[in-house]
Design a protein around this ligand. Structure first.
Ligand code: ADE
Length: 227
């Protein structure tokens, strides 16, 4: 039952092939505040989209996954499969990126979260003010989208957990939401292009060894036509 419920929530994000337009379409729900898709002002501050007028500077933040709890491919996994099947990306596009990062150090093993005193050693009612510094890898794409890998402490274990996000400007989605609030259960369509797909592939290859192994396995199955 729980799994079924989770399945329903997750399938709210759906990626499909549009044969007429020869492109992939991702249907993104934007009214679920705790979901993997959120609207953020300037990409930073989450907003309540049903109670806030959307501005051109807002971005959709998508914590994009590649497989679900059962190991089935979803989201980026599905995008990669559709892109390869419909020749938006080639075997050599995929394999050359994998080879390039095969032995690269990973983000989680190279960076760490640190703490610093405030610039003028500020204090607040007897407490020293410290700042936590979080490393972020930021990749700007040509159409205003960007990809980030953000380091987090693991919630239930020791070590770091890199999180991968793609940020999508409002101008890049349909329907246009700028100048109004979002309607109940409204979804938007975003069309991922080659640049986004390969950028996300690169992000997961660099994030951690576990992400690298997972995404490599998916890519190899796709190019062998097993998925
Ligand atoms: N595992 C699956 N998707 C992920 C994401 N977007 N960031 C970090 N780990 C993930």
């Amino acid at each position: 039952m729980r799994d079924e419920l989770l399945g329903t929530v997750k399938s709210a994000i759906h990626c499909r092939w549009n044969d007429d337009k020869n492109c992939i379409e991702c249907l993104l729900p934007i009214t679920l505040p705790t979901s993997k898709v959120r609207i953020k002002r300037k990409g930073i501050e989450p907003i309540a989209p049903r109670r806030t007028e959307i501005s051109a500077e807002d971005l959709i933040e998508w914590q994009i996954s590649y497989k679900n709890g059962k190991g089935q491919i979803i989201e980026l996994g599905e995008i990669l499969r559709l892109a390869y099947k419909n020749k938006l990306i080639s075997k050599s596009d995929i394999c050359s990126i994998i080879e390039k990062f095969e032995n690269a150090p990973t983000f989680d093993e190279t960076f760490y979260i640190s703490r610093e005193p405030s610039p003028q050693n500020l204090s607040f009612y007897g407490f020293k003010v410290l700042y936590e510094k979080t490393p972020i890898l930021h990749l700007d794409l040509q159409d205003g989208c960007y990809i980030e890998i953000i380091l987090k402490h693991k919630q239930k274990a020791v070590g770091y957990q890199p999180m991968v996000y793609i940020y999508i400007p409002m101008k890049n989605i349909t329907p246009n939401l700028i100048g109004r609030a979002v309607k109940q259960k409204e979804k938007v369509i975003w069309v991922p292009r080659k640049e986004h797909i390969l950028g996300l592939l690169k992000a997961f290859l660099l994030a951690s060894k576990a992400h690298r192994n997972d995404i490599k396995e998916i890519c190899l199955k796709i190019v062998k036509n097993i998925l």
